[in-house]
Design a protein. Structure first.
Length: 227
């Protein structure tokens, strides 16, 4: 009885070709998440409370046509003076409450409609926290399929260049790369641009964001057939 190793040695070797295919797609984001940090502030020596600030903010959102489903509370916080010396001198240090909202926009036009309606004294910080597309999974699938097709197409013309053909795939391996999202700049730079003198919060911002790049690669092996 022949051994297992002898059986393996007697099996005919499979000629194969190994290739990689890639595909890429760029899409404009249709989900732009903008965070607003609101804080209590002093107005004529009287503190404007966080509940008043929240009410004004939500009224501004409603006035700007923003749906409630697109507004979320990201977090709430509070602090007193951070300086140790000031805290020690004051028996009752002031406590400042804050709340951060996240609003989902489909374009920069919605931001332009909201920002002029906000209370500048209450808005402590504002920044883009996330960018995405609502059909991202569909785009990913399309790009992956095209990368496999590209690998097969490459295998076909490379095999033909030496007078051979390919048979069925022996291996298809996905090389994970995934979407590349536009870099979100730091919060300080965004605030400086939006508060410049070129117009309300930077003027007309209804221009497309940098595109989201979706790229995938596939490694594939195909059997080579002789003449």
């Amino acid at each position: 009885m022949e051994s297992y190793s002898q059986s393996i040695m007697q099996q005919p070797k499979i000629k194969k070709i190994v290739v990689t295919g890639s595909s890429e797609l760029e899409v404009d984001p249709d989900e732009i998440y903008l965070s607003f940090e609101l804080r209590e502030y002093m107005n004529n020596k009287e503190k404007v409370g966080i509940e008043t600030i929240r009410k004004e903010f939500l009224e501004a959102c409603e006035k700007s046509g923003i749906l409630k489903d697109n507004i979320r509370v990201q977090g709430m916080a509070g602090n007193a003076y951070s300086n140790w010396f000031i805290r020690k001198k004051k028996k009752d240090p002031d406590f400042t409450a804050s709340v951060t909202y996240v609003i989902k926009f489909s374009s920069t036009k919605g931001m332009d409609e909201l920002i002029p309606n906000l209370n500048d004294d209450a808005v402590w910080n504002m920044y883009i926290s996330k960018i995405n597309h609502s059909k991202m999974e569909t785009f990913r699938k399309e790009v992956k399929i095209k990368s496999v097709q590209a690998a097969k197409e490459k295998a076909v013309y490379l095999a033909e260049s030496i007078g051979e053909k390919i048979s069925g795939a022996l291996l298809i391996e996905e090389i994970e790369i995934g979407p590349v999202y536009p870099m979100i700049r730091n919060k300080a730079n965004v605030m400086m641009e939006m508060s410049s003198d070129s117009g309300p919060y930077g003027g007309d911002t209804d221009v497309p964001f940098e595109k989201i790049k979706i790229r995938y690669e596939t490694r594939a092996e195909f059997e080579l057939l002789g003449h």
